[in-house]
Design a protein around this ligand. Sequence first.
Ligand SMILES: [Fe+2]
Length: 245
Amino acid sequence: MKIFDYGAQAIAQSGILQNSYLERLSAGSMPLEEFRKSQEQFYFAVLYFSQPMAALAARVPDPYLRVKILENLLEEHGEFNAQAFHCNTFKSFLESVGTSVNGVKALPPVHAFNSALSSACALEHYCVGLACMGVIEQSFATISAIIGNAVVKNGWIRAESLVHYQLHAKIDERHAEDFYSIIEKNLESTRAAGRDTQEIEEALERGTSLGLYIFERLYRDLIFESKVDGILARSKADTVGVGYA
Ligand SMILES: [Fe+2]
């Protein structure tokens, strides 16, 4: 089975696409202010994403395979055009829904997501990192389409003004394929050399499970419950940690 098909099965089984965040947003029951707060936090995942990816690229021993991650890294950095850096296209998206990250700090849910991703990419078998990044990209293609449709349907953005999510709905399945293809080539060459592929297969399974777990968990943890009078309640995340100085 192609790893992309395995990833699609794992995504379907994980329930991430029916996650309470996406369901509330699609059903029109998430207030705009709550959506803004959750997406401000999501910015810190977008900003960080290319760093574990760079660490992972450094660990792919075959340069012909490593370039697949370098291409993705270059896209993350807007092909050297600062305006098109993905962190900047996401800032434009935030502006289009009437908010920004000025003065906003990353809260523990996104910090935890970023740290788990770093650990998978920098410290584990590199196929764990590849599977983890791959399945996040693969699921984000559909999640981007769900969020993009919902913000237009909710009347928060006009379809022609939608940025960031529109792009990722298109490109992230290809990014997933690129990560997966490195694992597939690794499996092929290991088989051709007459060696056991069990370690790689286990790394694929663990990376896929971890990626889906941390991504689904991030969305659930970014739900900011609102009071009936429209005044935002403190999120659970806001209650973790205290200010210093
Ligand atoms: Fe991507």
